[in-house]
Design a protein around this ligand. Sequence first.
Ligand SMILES: [Zn+2]
Length: 300
Amino acid sequence: MKINFRVYILLLFGLVNTLGLAFIFPQVSRSQNAKVNCPTPALESFVRHQVNRGENLETIAQSYNLKPESIIAMNPNLQNGRLTVGSNILIPPYNGIVIEVPTGQTWRKLGAQYKVRPDILFELNGCQSPGKLAFIPVVNGKRYRPTIAKSPTQPSANATNQPIQVSSYPLSTPGKIALPYGWQINPADNEVFFHSGIDLLANKGSKVQAIAPGTVVLAKEQGSYGNLVIINHSGGLQSRYAHLDNINVTPGQQVQAGDTLGVVGTTGAPNFKQPHLHFEVRSRSSLGWVAKDPKIYLQK
Ligand SMILES: [Zn+2]
């Protein structure tokens, strides 16, 4: 049985639309900026699929005319092979990825970066200027690889599923998770957004440390992330440490688990004011670096 939900209706109001008519005749008013004739934005056209006995990622992807990678990109937990009968997974309307849009981006720039026509991006994303998140369609086998993935230490793609040895915690003492990973509702404006990491509460100035050995591939101010450190690890994994007050490492530097990368701060555009570390773990895939739930790695 397939149950169609419009994701944000589901999240905000818990309403079920079993007929799927909402996809053809959107009933919920969108941003006033959206043009009347604009198709329903891709981000509002996700559906939920309840996993039936006998189904696997391939058969589900086929039934929606999608590639399995597109479904994994929206459901990072599926990379661990967790496809449990009765669970719900998010199905995107097209093959593609959801990105957090860096500040100051235009559809023209994003189109050039991802090799997609800017007018397609405009239409798929509600016929308005880029917001915090954007849906980027990935066309027939065309793969987007962030330039950051071109580090010389980057392992080959077939090493993607090897487990990483996480031997350290990103803070010197465990912090409470103030905002978990995944789809969240922003209490400030009731907007649904995808939180690509976890927010760990910590005092400003607390040491931020590498979770595993690796190579620093980025260490600078980066839009809403603020001061950001990105480390590539073996096994096709990457960790990101954001909103730092200052940074102690430089790109190309090799770090060991527990090495200090910088200290907790409030730089960039954190989701809330209280000082915290925004921490991400990403896995390399054919669609780029896909955010995973960091909690899974910290529980070892
Ligand atoms: Zn965060």
